[in-house]
Design a protein around this ligand. Structure first.
Ligand code: XMP
Length: 512
């Protein structure tokens, strides 16, 4: 077990952000349910505990409470926001209900830097979001920082190494927040800061070997970042015991299948089986224009094809998946914590249970940025590791309305030109996604002296942090002009290009 910082989750929407910030300081962190018994934390090499914020009031009837034993473990504790109120209340101070919430920016004045604010200025702009506040400190504590609204915005017990802060050091809006956290980790918990992706790879390959033994593992490779990194990692651990299955559903981008074959077969020497199922997907999509129905058909057909391909591969014991940490965290559902609602873990439709396969999920402890670093360390190219997201239903939801081979061909060629120009100009790496959408309308054009009616292609290029919100990218006119003239000149059947200038919300990123 690596040295671990336990983040006890009291339902804050920022719990995951705290865990990430800790790992950015190269210290391993893990999120625990708020009620986790102290004995469990003791057995897991926990060297410090962070109590997250949360939407509750400590006065609420069902206020989430930690095991009081965490204060007896002899490890440092940092309470953030709700965590501060908890420490105030549980350790013998007085907390008062507040009639109004302090929300947004505030100025924190630090009276005594101590270890927590070592090396930081005496005034910091911080982000607050709390209702109750501590009005009398518990025994052994002294106040070391105040905001306009609260004389006890930061307090510490230097003997027991307990620290409580009312603001959120983990959010971007707090000035030098990461340094406050680093001071807690390094200056107070004595963390070694040696959690690295190299260690992760060594540890993970060992775990995979001992879990798998001499059994066979099957992995559905989509070409996306997560399944690619999982494949490379498992292959490093068990070589030819891993078989990857790549389903060509006919809705892939130009040359995608060839690129996957080149990389995994030629470069990594992975046992890769490519299943060409484009005919069956396209025939089932014939005559279907409704987006939801298209998605369902594609999803169902995928499971069917994948399952059938597993049978032909022969016996295996494990199904590997590129599940990440945010997919597995059971967010604590308190109030309207949005993190609790955004849980996107999806197995391949209950397949593992039906086929009596055990799941192997070697990335389930990692955040996305860590997965990318693991990928690079394993020798995956930048183009794979920093690939833009591509939806499961593929071009099936980018040809609007009914899908046909002809329309797909047009879209693939237009999209390939867009990607070429995005890569050549370097813009590909700066945006969240850039793709073409096929619009099934014909508009008039002139070629020579003749009027002809051909299709319209929309360019969708967006910036985003997490796909929850997005804004359209202001590409230079010269680049747009080049993309537009290349597509209309090189792709038959297209004579008009439009640019999508809608943000999300209200529009979504995809058109269907
Ligand atoms: P929207 O269109 O909802 O998309 O703004 C948000 C992000 O999700 C991707 N997306 C999908 N990914 N299966 C996926 O794996 C899907 O069915 C799907 N639909 C949308 C989309 O590309 C964007 O990054």
């Amino acid at each position: 077990m690596p040295e671990t910082i336990a983040v006890l989750d009291f339902g804050s929407q920022y719990t995951q952000v705290i865990a990430r910030r800790v790992r950015e300081c190269r210290v391993y962190s893990k999120i625990y349910h708020y009620s986790t018994p102290a004995s469990v934390l003791r057995s897991e090499n926990v060297i410090g505990i962070i109590l997250s914020g949360g939407p509750s009031s400590v006065f609420a009837r069902k206020a989430p409470m930690p095991d009081r034993g965490i204060f007896e473990l002899g490890v440092p504790v940092l309470g953030i926001c709700y965590g501060l109120q908890l420490m105030g209340r549980l350790l013998g101070g007085t907390v008062a209900r507040s009639s109004h919430r302090e929300y947004g920016h505030g100025v924190l004045k630090i009276r005594r830097a101590g270890r927590l604010f070592a090396g930081l200025p005496r005034k910091l702009r911080v982000w607050n979001s709390h209702g109750d506040k501590v009005i009398r400190l518990p025994k052994g504590f002294s106040a070391i920082g105040a905001t306009e609204n609260s004389p006890y915005a930061v307090f510490e017990d230097r003997t027991r190494h307990f620290y409580a802060i009312q603001f959120h050091p983990e959010v971007f809006h707090t000035e030098r927040g990461t340094e406050v956290l680093r001071n807690f980790l390094v200056g107070i918990c004595d963390a070694r800061q040696d959690w690295s992706m190299k260690d992760f790879i060594a540890q993970a390959t060992q775990n995979i070997r001992s879990t798998v033994g001499d059994s066979r593992v099957i992995l559905g490779l989509s070409g996306g970042v997560d399944s690619s990194v999982a494949a490379a990692l498992i292959h490093r651990a068990i070589g030819r015991q891993l078989t990857c299955v790549f389903v060509d559903n006919g809705l892939l981008r130009q040359d995608e299948r060839k690129t996957v074959e080149e990389l995994y077969r030629r470069h990594f020497h992975i046992d890769l089986r490519v299943v060409d199922a484009s005919r069956i997907f396209l025939s089932r999509l014939r005559g279907v224009a409704d987006p939801e129905r298209k998605r369902k058909i594609i999803g169902r057909t995928f499971i069917e094809v994948f399952e059938k391909s597993l049978r032909s591969i022969g016996h295996a014991d494990f199904l590997a998946q590129g599940t990440l940490y945010p997919d597995v965290i059971e967010s604590v559902a308190i109030g309207d914590n949005p993190a609790a609602l955004i849980k996107s873990h999806h197995n391949v439709g209950g397949l593992p249970a039906r086929m009596k396969l055990k799941l192997l999920e070697p990335l389930r402890e990692l955040f996305k940025d860590e997965v990318r670093r693991v990928g690079l360390a394993l020798g995956l190219p930048k183009e794979v590791v920093w690939r833009q997201p591509f939806p499961g239903p593929g071009l099936g939801v980018r040809v609007l309305g009914e899908v046909s081979q002809d329309k797909l061909e047009i879209l693939k060629r237009a999209d390939a030109i867009l990607q070429e120009e995005m890569l050549a100009s370097g813009w590909y790496w700066r945006v969240w996604q850039s793709f073409c959408v096929f619009l099934p309308v014909k508009s008039v054009g002139v070629v020579g002296d003749e009027r002809n009616y051909s299709y319209v292609i929309a360019l969708r290029i967006v910036e985003s942090i997490d796909a929850m919100t997005a804004d359209w990218t202001r590409l230079p006119y010269a680049l747009l002009q080049k993309i537009s003239s290349r597509i209309t000149n090189e792709v038959r059947g297209v004579s008009r290009i439009v640019v999508d200038v809608s943000s999300k919300p209200p529009a979504t990123i995809e058109w269907e």
